[in-house]
Design a protein around this ligand. Structure first.
Ligand code: NAD
Length: 478
């Protein structure tokens, strides 16, 4: 991935759709400034945690309103720094606001003390904040992935220091500034991330990104025994069973499940499996769907559904994937393809099943489709590899689809769609094998930002119980 351009200490973020244009500038945070910011956050956290939960939640509600009021401007900035189409950027800001409000609604139950007072004694379970949370986030959905950490961390009484990707540092910085709470941002690449994660006063790490960054962050945090949440990449399979109809509506959904954000989505449909006998019909229906829904061009232009990739390095990497099998160019292009890091989206039919396009996360607008003849074999192929983030199964028979879905090694499986569904806030992000370690989103996401501390007065030793000190406990250790 190319380094952001700029002089020493400055990150000047270029617009990947118009590389002659700078979307905005932030100052890089030197290591000594990271130290000062974490110390300030730590001091602020004590005061923040001392405020009653409803007061903290009122601050979060006000932030939700402020973000909502600036939504149009924030969405435009996000499109300019990330190359995502502006409609999706509006969706991202809207989702961040909904998630923040969902946290405000559910935090009181999630963070309340649980008290048992019965014949065995009195137990109080407290949910306490960790202290300073380090949130290290990727560029592809910087506001959502920041908010999934910021909202529950602050609600629980933590301070949070966000280290966004230098490839999309602008919008999330504006969002963080709208919180009247101990929430700060530090800027830079891996070195700044390491200075933050390795800081003595950081008591919890929440990382979303790729395997290499995750490994480095987990090692650093492990060295300090700092609890860590990791959300990593995926190589999601989409399996069409032999009865799945190729309706226009389903195919339109599938195409955008692969090509939204130019394929740079953790839970994009990254490998397609179709019965061999139906492969030709599938490719025909897929190309027709791409003609209907896939328009590559400037993310701010009306009607465009796919922008550029994030950087020159991502563009070069995507071009190398357009090889092997039969390469079908998809959709149409509007505007000037030379103005930014554009890649012609492609479906690659029948590539080598061992090729990098199939076995690794491509994170690019190039998608393989492979034929299969046996359901057991395709399930093995879908489950191969170390990543297990999402998956989908497509069938006319929902019971059959659910039976198949149960056998996926994936944290989140969709039926007759893939990812772009407005996922329910009742379900956490899944992730098995090396895709997830900890949980974001929903109730499990709230639980990640508190520690449970138990106070126990055994009945036998309570004042007035009449049992001599040192007498038998009602709770023999099991
Ligand atoms: P990345 O791993 O390169 O960077 C993520 C963040 O970690 C950035 O802020 C980066 O500066 C920082 N970082 C990288 N190396 C570091 C180190 N050694 N020490 C400290 N910090 C370090 O990821 P990316 O390219 O920005 O994002 C793409 C990846 O993220 C893909 O694999 C994608 O699937 C994954 N992703 C996962 C989810 C999810 O919820 N599971 C969501 C979005 C993206």
């Amino acid at each position: 991935m190319s380094a952001p351009i700029g002089g020493a200490g400055v990150i000047a973020r270029e617009n990947p759709a118009r590389t002659a244009e700078i979307a905005g500038v932030v100052a890089e945070t030197p290591a000594e400034a990271v130290d000062a910011i974490v110390r300030e956050a730590d001091a602020g956290q004590r005061k923040w945690a001392a405020r009653e939960l409803p007061e903290r939640l009122a601050v979060l509600s006000r932030a939700a309103t402020s973000i909502e009021e600036s939504a149009a401007e924030l969405a435009t900035l996000l499109a300019r720094e990330s190359g995502k189409v502006v409609g999706d950027c509006r969706g991202e800001i809207g989702f961040a606001v909904r998630y923040l409000r969902w946290v405000v609604e559910h935090a009181p139950a999630a963070y309340a003390d649980r008290i048992v007072d019965d014949e065995l004694g009195r137990i109080v379970e407290q949910r306490k904040p960790y202290g300073v949370v380090a949130a290290v986030t990727p560029w592809n959905a910087p506001v959502i992935l920041g908010m999934l950490k910021i909202a529950p961390a602050l609600a629980a009484g933590n301070a949070v220091v966000v280290k966004p990707s230098p490839l999309a540092p602008l919008t999330i910085s504006r969002v963080v500034a709208l919180f009247e709470a101990p929430a700060r941002v530090v800027h830079g690449g891996a070195g700044t991330g390491a200075a933050l994660v390795g800081h003595d006063l950081v008591r919890k790490v929440a990382f979303t990104g790729g395997a290499d960054g995750g490994r480095a962050v987990a090692a650093l945090a492990g060295d300090r025994l700092t609890p860590t949440v990791l959300e990593l990449g995926g190589n999601d399979p989409a399996v069409f069973l032999d009865d799945a109809p190729f309706t226009d509506e389903a195919m339109d959904r599938l195409v955008m499940a692969s090509f939204a954000t130019s394929g740079q989505v953790c839970m994009a449909a990254k490998r397609l499996y179709v019965p061999s006998s139906r492969l030709d019909g599938f490719v025909e229906a897929y190309l027709a769907a791409a003609d209907r829904v896939l328009v590559t061009g400037d993310p701010l232009a009306d009607g465009v559904t796919m922008g550029p990739v994030i950087s020159a390095a991502a563009q070069r990497a995507a071009e190398t994937l357009r090889a092997g099998g039969v390469v079908h160019d998809l959709g149409r292009f509007e505007g000037d393809p030379e103005s930014g890091y554009f890649v012609r989206p492609a479906l690659v039919a029948g590539p080598d099943p061992g090729s990098p396009l199939v076995v690794a996360e491509q994170f690019a607008p190039v998608v393989p489709v492979l034929g299969y003849d046996d359901e057991e074999a395709v399930l093995d192929a879908a489950n191969a590899g170390e990543l297990g983030l999402g998956a989908s199964v497509w069938s006319a028979d929902e019971e059959r689809a659910f039976a198949f879905a149960r056998r996926f090694e994936a944290g989140f499986t969709f039926v007759n769609t893939h990812n772009r569904t407005g996922m329910s806030l009742r379900a956490p992000f899944g992730g098995v094998k090396r895709s997830g370690w900890g949980r974001e989103y929903a109730h499990e996401g709230l639980a990640e930002y508190v520690q449970t501390c138990v106070i126990h007065a055994p009945a036998a030793f309570r004042p007035g119980a009449g049992v001599a000190a040192g007498g038998p406990s009602a709770y023999p250790p099991g």
